[in-house]
Design a protein around this ligand. Structure first.
Ligand code: SF4
Length: 155
């Protein structure tokens, strides 16, 4: 029994070391450091028919929530509850907060990194590719998304 516990401890500590080295090896996503690239990716996400990132002004959303509700086949009220802030791709982990330049919150929410479309998005906005399951709040999950993203780029 003692041996089993010892082996288990050793295994766990190796896993922790691996996770730590995985996180420290990763650099900030390019778009968090390059304003031009971030703007380009954000503008593409606004314009692309299958993404439609918005609304531009969360206080004056015009018909943004009505249109996205039609697309999702739901009500505007339900649509407003599906935002970047609770999307599976929205990264506000401690390591990603370090990648953000300066203050990233306002009265409506916070900025995080979108792993689906690669730009700094706002928690109160949304897009057509929203998926339940977020936000990303731990460095290890953030590292997993980055590794998958790097693999996709290589392929
Ligand atoms: S975080 Fe989610 S909802 Fe926000 S832009 Fe990215 S995919 Fe869309």
């Amino acid at each position: 029994m003692k041996l089993l516990i010892e082996n288990w401890r050793r295994y766990l500590s190796e896993e922790v070391k691996l996770t730590i080295s995985k996180i420290t090896d990763l650099v900030c996503p390019e778009a968090t450091q390059d304003l031009e690239l971030n703007t380009k990716n954000r503008d593409s996400a606004i314009k692309a028919e299958h993404i439609q990132y918005g609304p531009l002004n969360v206080d004056e959303p015009a018909d943004y929530w009505v249109k996205i509700a039609e697309y999702w086949n739901t009500t505007p009220e339900a649509a407003t509850k599906s935002v970047c802030g609770n999307c599976v791709a929205f990264d506000v982990s401690p390591r990603m907060k370090e990648c953000m330049p300066g203050e990233t919150s306002d009265e409506d929410g916070v900025l995080g990194y979108c792993w689906m479309h690669h730009f700094k998005c706002h928690s109160a906005r949304s897009c057509r590719t929203w998926a339940k399951g977020g936000p990303i709040e731990t460095d290890s999950v953030s590292a997993d998304w980055q590794e998958r993203s790097n693999t996709e780029k290589e392929e």
